[in-house]
Ligand binder design. Structure first.
Ligand SMILES: *Cc1c(COP(=O)(O)O)cnc(C)c1O
Length: 590
């Protein structure tokens, strides 16, 4: 059995390896003593995220934030960045979506068995929450890069017999329950997580707080001997993902004091609670030396929301190999050796003939067509212009925008057939998100016989792979400035799928009109009232569809394929997590 040195990435043969170590219930092999010692004693980057998307079968993510965290782990392992990740086990997942024919979402638990996927670590920790001692165990999933090293991922779990029934459920539901439940989760993740790493003997050089849910770890660090605010700051990196003030959750003072008094001395806690309570984001801002937003536009919004902090921008990406379909992987391997590890090489995509690009895309499209037939019993036309839209169903994503004027949509469809593939789950408590899914279904029914449209149930990472590679155009219509980044359009670009998007988040940086895709509505600087904005968005949506996108797709095939190639050469080469992690490594981690 071949093994790999987790530190330097060299292949090693366990039968003959001179160096090995047993830690955390596993045996690891090394090519040198130095690698072994680095593995055991070296400082790690501890990446904390409330959600992590490793794979569809481990349903501990709700959307882009978790999938990004998974891509951070995948790229870090590829690049031999010494990282360890911490999250919650979310035994009942986020939500498994069932849809009635009318588009009513039925919320089912998405229970999974950590024991079937990971190994339990023997060392446990305890945190005091209110007047209870809550025991925490960790499940370990070792993420091995096929080309590089290892990132261990710890899933914290309070479902232990010694805990009170209520506390056993703290790590059940991602973003579930009430505010008190979410604060308990933040305590387990932040304080329990930092403590768990110490209990495992893992030395941490930097703590990367991916969105503020884990920011209580800063207070845990402050309590350690020899620490003060300035020293904690040098150890902490905070990436904010939220663009609007109302989205920063503030926990009421009484609740914070009641739940945290046993862990954080009141005097210390008092320093960080404002009159209206404790905002985890404010804590992360104040106690992190390196703070960043996830696109340039998002950096600018964050600077306005949090004046006085030095906020930078590290634009998000996606993991190149994971989000490239099999047929495009083969194609890139053939023409652009090394692309997955050096995605910058994708600028050379012009060397791939149009025929090959079209062929690879048609195969990815066929896979989606097959899936739709199997799941929804609908026969899509492999030749027809196919538009995809899939993401969390929530108000600002505006899944229904394209259905604002059905007559215009029908009219566009008469120029050349269009078909629509939708997917996306609503949070169980998000009534507006659920209403949107219903409205999409209503519109689809109204369009029957003229525009073929399907809604695929239970959006997952696997389905995201299939859709972002298998459609022709990837539609995105968020209400600015709510889309801090967005990442699914980057997945599309890796597969030569063309973006048609509102100018928000990453698209402001990726958009070259008519070259990498098309914009919907005014640019970010344009002062426009809400009504004006909407009018211009609808104008662009329908007229670009009818007069640019459809004619190009059907009648100027070479021009269309050139746009597909530009999408790869001018988007995918840059909007990937390899570039992103190299930036975090050199600017924030070193
Ligand atoms: C990539 C991904 C997302 C992010 O989609 P956006 O359009 O960027 O919001 C959400 N859910 C899943 C399952 C994904 O794979």
């Amino acid at each position: 059995m071949a093994a790999r040195d987790p530190v330097c990435g060299m292949p090693v043969d366990p039968a003959t390896a001179a160096y090995s170590v047993e830690v955390r219930g596993g045996t690891y092999y090394f090519s040198s003593e130095l690698c072994r010692d680095t593995f055991v004693e070296g400082e790690k980057i501890a990446y904390f995220s409330m959600e992590i998307g490793l794979e569809s079968e481990i349903p501990t993510y709700s959307g882009g934030l978790g999938v990004l965290a998974g891509d951070v782990i995948r790229s870090s392992a590829d690049l031999l960045i010494p990282m360890v990740a911490v999250t919650l086990v979310n035994r009942k997942g986020y939500v498994r979506q069932r849809l009635t024919p009318d588009g009513d979402q039925i919320d089912l638990p998405d229970e999974w068995d950590p024991g079937a996927h990971m190994r339990e670590l023997s060392r446990r920790v305890t945190v005091r929450i209110g007047d209870a001692n809550v025991a925490i165990r960790a499940w370990l999933s070792d993420y091995w890069s096929p080309v590089g090293g290892l990132v261990p991922v710890l899933f914290l779990d309070t479902d232990l017999p010694e805990n009170a029934p209520g506390d056993r459920g703290i790590t059940d539901h991602l973003y579930g329950g009430d505010q008190e439940y979410r604060l308990k989760q933040a305590i387990v993740l932040g304080i329990g997580g930092a403590r768990m790493l110490a209990a495992q003997g893992i030395r941490v050089g930097k703590y990367h707080i991916n969105e503020s849910h884990s920011s209580l770890l800063t207070l845990e660090l402050l309590k350690r001997p020899g620490m003060d605010e300035e020293k904690v700051q040098t150890h902490c990196i905070f990436t904010t993902h939220t663009p609007v003030a109302v989205a920063f959750e503030t926990f009421p003072r009484d609740m914070v004091v009641r739940l945290l008094a046993g862990e954080i001395p009141p005097a210390l806690l008092g320093e960080y609670i404002a009159k209206d309570g404790l905002a985890l984001a404010t804590l992360a801002f104040r106690l992190s030396r390196y703070v960043n937003g996830v696109t340039t536009a998002h950096m600018n919004f964050s600077r306005r929301l949090f004046p006085g902090f030095h906020i930078r921008a590290v634009t998000n990406g996606v993991h190149p190999h994971t989000w490239t379909s099999g047929t495009f992987r083969d194609l890139y391997d053939r023409y652009i050796a090394g692309w997955a590890q050096e995605p910058e090489l994708l600028v050379r995509v012009d060397e791939i003939p149009h025929e090959d690009i079209r062929h690879a895309h048609q195969q990815a499209k066929q896979a989606l067509v097959d899936y739709v037939r199997e799941k929804n019993g609908v026969a899509l036309d492999l030749r027809a212009l196919t538009i995809g839209f899939a993401r969390r169903a929530t108000a600002y994503k505006r899944a229904t925008l394209i259905f604002s004027d059905l007559e215009k949509l029908r009219e566009a469809g008469r120029r050349g057939a269009i078909q629509l593939v939708f997917s996306g789950k609503a949070h169980p408590a998000d009534a507006v998100g659920k209403q949107q899914i219903r409205e999409v279904h209503n519109a689809m029914r109204d369009l029957e016989g003229e525009v073929t449209a399907v809604y695929l149930e239970n959006y997952t990472m696997d389905l995201a792979s299939l859709m972002t590679a298998g459609v022709d155009v990837w539609l995105n219509t968020p209400l600015p400035p709510y889309e801090a980044s967005g990442t699914s359009g980057m997945k599309a670009a890796l597969n030569g799928v063309v973006n048609f998007s509102v100018l928000d988040g990453w698209w402001i940086e990726g958009w070259l009109e008519g070259t990498t895709g098309w914009a919907i509505g005014p640019g970010p600087g344009a002062p426009a009232s809400e009504a004006e904005r909407r009018a211009r968005e609808l104008q662009d949506l329908y007229s670009k569809l009818e007069y640019l996108i459809i004619p190009t797709y059907y009648h100027r095939r070479d021009e269309w394929t050139t746009i597909m190639r530009s999408s790869i050469a001018k988007i995918a080469y840059y909007f990937n997590t390899h570039r992103m992690m190299r930036r975090y490594a050199t600017e924030a981690y070193l």
